[in-house]
Design a protein around this ligand. Structure first.
Ligand code: LLP
Length: 435
């Protein structure tokens, strides 16, 4: 359960009023609930306890240092896909020895940084990348721990942009190639193959794709072991889906039920790289209505969050629940069933100030009548929200707040115009050189 609840028609994050936070910190504003983040982590650790799991929180979902710190204090490891994310993990006190280094295009510098930091293992995406890892490890006089990322060729039944485990994906390698590569590195002194990695996609709401992938992993683990590789890890990647609308995603326990019995006989530890399931429903984006406008039959709610703050609706046509922070009299808390027509609502396109027709947070959405100054909450925005934000239209990025019980901490201050031009001023000389 997340910790964003309505009390007497007012939205709260844990014990704090969202309206009061918006008043204090301004809008657009990302608000995260620490109890939700830690709660999901605990649910994962419990559901997979039989496999001695290492949860490697996928930093890409939300890489704010305060969140990484909360995660590492709660016992999480990390999944990073760049030198930058590894740097963040180290800055927040995370342990490289509990960090897996993934990513389809690691540079030599990033590989060296991973080796020097002592990451748990590299997820290897191609033969050429393994060559690079071996070469860099040799130069540094090290042995690189690796897991081959294998495409089990299962259909995760998710949006095409976030499906990765099919044969034609740019990620990983198919089973035959992984076996050939496994054979080729037998006895190589600079690499130790300790795991098998699979990640089949993101926002997966059913258990079947995982069952299929886990079954293939078991066979592969046995084959690699026969070659002499000391495989002790199965990294099942991330991908657990969340409820954006209502009840569409299977619970964590349901995923565990199909995965644990299949992997248990291998004796492997399980590593996993969940991002969305941890951060997604732990965060909301709060914005303030600027104007309402009618064009023909269409009603527009123009508010101060835009595609630069949350690009998911524009990029994936993804659905985020939206509801007023203070529910007008006579209306319920946000309805679980969004397809239902709620009495008294009107249809709105919820749009931002950016100069693009693609700048919308929702289309044709049933909402109570709202007016200038009203606050709305965009739910399930904690994952792939702030991390995918930009400064398009020279819009300063939103502030981020982390709530813990009845305290709120600024996790990232709102950007200023000065922040936005700083690098450019530095490039052309001393500040003020334009004049
Ligand atoms: N591991 C690997 C190798 C990945 O590629 C990803 C996500 C994850 C773990 C974490 O997956 P999660 O548990 O969060 O599903 N921007 C998109 C999602 C892109 C996911 C990319 N890879 C969105 O907003 O839906």
């Amino acid at each position: 359960m997340d910790h964003f609840q309505y009390r007497d028609g007012q939205l709260y994050c844990e014990n704090l009023s969202v309206a009061a936070l918006a008043e204090k910190f301004g809008t657009p504003l990302y608000i995260y609930s620490q109890a939700t983040i830690v709660g999901v982590l605990k649910s994962l650790q419990t559901a997979f306890a039989e496999l001695n799991p290492l949860v490697c929180y996928s930093v890409k979902a939300n890489s704010n240092l305060s969140i990484l710190k909360v995660m590492q204090e709660a016992g999480s490891g990390f999944d990073v896909v760049s030198g930058g994310e590894l740097y963040r993990v180290q800055k927040s006190g995370g342990q490289p020895g509990r960090t897996v280094f993934a990513g389809v295009g690691k540079t030599d510098e990033e590989i060296a940084a991973g080796l020097n930091a002592g990451v748990l293992m590299f997820n290897v995406e191609s033969e050429a990348e393994l060559d690079a890892i071996v070469r860099v490890a040799k130069n540094l006089g090290k042995v690189a721990p690796v897991a081959l990322r294998v495409n089990p060729d299962v259909d995760p039944k998710t949006h095409r942009y976030i499906s990765t485990g099919k044969k034609e994906s740019k990620f990983g390698m198919d089973i035959d190639r992984s076996l050939a590569l496994g054979q080729a590195i037998v006895g190589n002194p600079n690499v130790s193959m300790i795991g098998v990695h699979m990640h089949i996609g993101s926002q997966i709401t059913t258990t079947e794709p995982y069952a299929g992938a886990a079954g293939k992993a078991v066979t592969l683990i046995a084959q690699f072991r026969e070659m002499g590789h000391p495989i002790s890890w199965f990294n099942m990647g991330g991908g657990f889906g969340i409820n954006y609308r209502g009840n569409e995603a299977k619970a964590i326990e349901e995923f565990a039920k199909v995965i644990v019995p299949v992997i248990k006989p291998t004796g492997c530890h399980i590593a996993m790289e969940p991002g969305r399931v941890i951060a997604g429903n732990s965060g909301i984006l709060v914005s303030r209505v600027l104007y309402t406008k009618q064009s023909g039959e269409k009603r527009f709610l123009i508010q101060d969050a835009a595609m630069n703050d949350l690009i998911r609706p524009a990029l994936y046509e993804s659905f985020h629940r939206i509801w007023p922070v203070s529910v007008p009299k006579g209306f319920p808390a946000p309805p679980a069933d969004y397809e239902a027509e709620i009495e008294g609502t009107q249809h709105w396109d919820v749009v931002g100030p950016v100069c693009e027709s693609g700048d919308f947070l929702a289309k044709d959405r049933s909402l109570p009548a709202l007016d200038r100054g009203d606050l709305i909450a965009v739910f399930s925005a904690g994952a792939y929200g702030m991390v995918m934000s930009s400064n398009y239209n020279t819009r300063p990025r939103a502030a981020e707040i982390l709530v813990d019980g009845d305290t709120a901490r600024l996790a990232r201050r709102r950007e200023t115009y000065e922040d936005l031009v700083e690098q450019e001023l530095a490039a052309i000389g001393a500040p003020g050189a334009l004049g």
